[in-house]
Write a protein that binds this ligand. Structure first.
Ligand code: FAD
Length: 505
């Protein structure tokens, strides 16, 4: 399992554990999932007490961690926005705009008073006798140890380690005399003027960072081992312009654009599955006209995998390709042989000079925030457990987690999962149950267990590196984690909470 190293070592505490009290629901994470979960909880159960704990010193999760130049969404904000709060900006938004949107939700719902920053949750221990979790947290600023108890734990911790980005080991890195920067830790005062920058990576991060720094740096080289798919939609949807000119309620515009984007992504996801070769050709051909003359599309922009086995990187208004045309950026497709004092030597023999190297090489996945879980004193090894609809886990009582979509916007699932959790809490209230635990039925005894993500379906590097620590899926509902919103938006709202797979006491 990956370990969570705090960005800065916590201050030394006194070793005493302070009682932080009891809440009905404890939410871990103040990113889009945690804030969305808190909204739905308050909306449906205004009388319940809750707290949100986050290890970082501010809200936003991903959008607080990633503040490199040009950081932006790579899905549209009409579906990345919550169901309950219209998005008023462009389709693709800058990280700062997403933070401002989250701030509005926090303000409108009065959530600020419930969020405790710099609280890293380290352990969660369930007691069946007491019907509650004991959750220990360490404050990053003071080192103080705090102990909460809660009746229901809602894990909104995201999927990767915010403190420790993934960085492969490269030969010769220690002799490189320039600066190495990871996008997860972008130095605020980094001035790239006159610098030769090499960005290692080919995914969304590289695609957003490069246009933002090209033209400021002396030159930017994107160094990729293998190509990714790109799609270059307009930054602002034509339909948004049309609808906004009609002076109709914002909610209507939002709903229409949401439906439009959902349908478009359904089509893309379906075509990726049913007609991958056609989608492959469509994606390649759609960017070809945006490239400089003589550009080697086959070498640099023709992936070896099927579309959407990994995320498709969005390049709004084709800005990355504009940088290629203008000559302020270029792409090298090759493998790193070694770092040298002044750059990177690639396998073909060329040396790419660099003053700054940006390692846009992705994440270390973390399972449920790297919290050590125990149930009645027995440590939980998640790799031996099975997911219940991608929301709960076998043998782990009174705990739900949020994991969004890879293809559709993450947040669409935040709303759907929150509805299921709301129905579950209501059901428990109505029946007087104080405990719910997903449990395999006798007929599931011989069920084939499958990896959390089927590599044929989705095989991004960070998922593949972590499959061995992730929980499993079964071969039948409800023991599956469906990746498609098209299926789930039908299934989850009517999912039977009394089919025998959830055991109540
Ligand atoms: C640059 C970038 C762009 C992206 N763009 C898109 C996009 O356009 N569309 C899309 O759908 N997805 C996108 N994603 C994926 C993105 O991560 C999700 O959309 C979403 O932000 C995840 O939100 P979250 O709240 O679930 O998790 P996170 O944003 O990861 O937030 C989780 C929070 O939980 C906290 N936490 C974790 N463990 C603990 C612990 N043990 N104790 C206390 N706190 C803890 C973390 O500190 C963090 O603040 C993008 C990702 C990146 C990196």
């Amino acid at each position: 399992m990956t370990t969570t190293a705090p960005a800065t070592a916590p201050a030394q505490g006194t070793g005493k554990i302070e009682d932080a009290g009891h809440v009905d629901v404890l939410i871990v994470g103040a990113g889009v999932s945690g804030i969305g979960a808190a909204h739905h909880l308050r909306d449906q159960f205004p009388g319940r007490t809750f707290v949100i704990l986050d290890a970082q010193d501010n809200r936003g999760g991903t959008w607080w961690t990633h503040r490199y130049p040009g950081v932006r969404s790579d899905s549209d904000l009409f579906t990345y926005g919550y169901r309950f709060k219209p998005w008023r900006g462009p389709s693709i938004a800058a990280g700062g705009e997403i933070l401002a949107y989250l701030d509005e939700v926090i303000d409108e719902d009065g959530l600020g008073q419930y969020i405790r920053y710099q609280h890293r949750v380290t352990t969660a221990s369930w007691s069946t006798e007491d019907r509650q979790w004991t959750v220990d947290a360490t404050r990053a600023d003071t080192g103080q140890q705090l102990r909460f108890t809660t009746s229901f734990l809602w894990m909104c911790q995201g999927y990767y380690n915010h403190a420790k980005p993934y960085q492969p080991r490269w030969e010769g890195l220690d002799r490189f005399q320039g600066l190495v920067v990871h996008p997860q830790r972008w130095p605020e005062d980094l001035d790239l003027a006159g610098k030769r920058v090499v960005v290692i990576g080919s995914g969304a991060t590289a695609a957003t960072l490069i246009p933002a720094i090209a033209g400021k740096a002396k030159h930017v080289t994107m160094l990729q081992r293998s190509p990714s798919y790109f799609f270059a939609p307009p930054m602002t949807h034509e339909l948004a312009v049309t609808l906004r000119a009609l002076d109709i309620p914002e909610e209507w515009t939002y709903e229409i654009l949401r439906r439009q984007y959902i349908q478009q992504t359904d089509w893309l996801a379906r075509t990726a599955r049913d007609a991958p070769d056609e989608l492959h050709a469509f994606l390649i051909e759609s960017v070809r006209p945006l490239l400089p003359e003589g550009f080697d599309v086959e070498k640099h922009l023709t992936p070896r995998y099927r579309p959407w086995q990994q995320r498709i990187a969005i390049v709004p208004d084709g800005d990355l390709f504009a940088a290629l045309r203008e000559g302020t950026a270029s792409i090298v497709t090759d493998t790193i042989e070694t770092f040298t004092e002044h750059g990177i030597k690639v396998t073909s023999g060329a040396e790419i000079p660099a003053d700054v190297v940006v390692t846009a090489t992705g994440f270390n996945m973390s399972v449920l925030g790297d919290v050590a879980f125990t149930v009645d004193g027995v440590p939980v090894d998640f790799s031996e457990r099975v997911t219940w609809r991608g929301i709960m886990i076998t043998g782990v009582p009174n705990m739900a987690y949020v994991f969004g979509y890879f293809r559709h916007s993450w947040t669409l699932r935040v709303d759907l999962v929150s509805d299921v959790v709301g129905r579950l809490l209501s059901h428990m209230q109505d029946t007087g149950a104080t405990m719910v635990v997903p449990t395999l039925r006798p007929q599931d005894d011989d069920m084939e267990l499958r990896p959390w993500s089927d590599p044929e379906n989705f095989n991004a590097g960070y998922v593949m590196r972590s499959q061995h620590i992730l929980f499993k899926q079964g071969d039948r509902e409800p023991w599956t984690h469906l990746l498609e919103h098209e299926e789930e938006r039908e299934i989850l709202p009517v999912a039977d909470l009394d089919d025998g797979t959830l055991v109540y006491r």
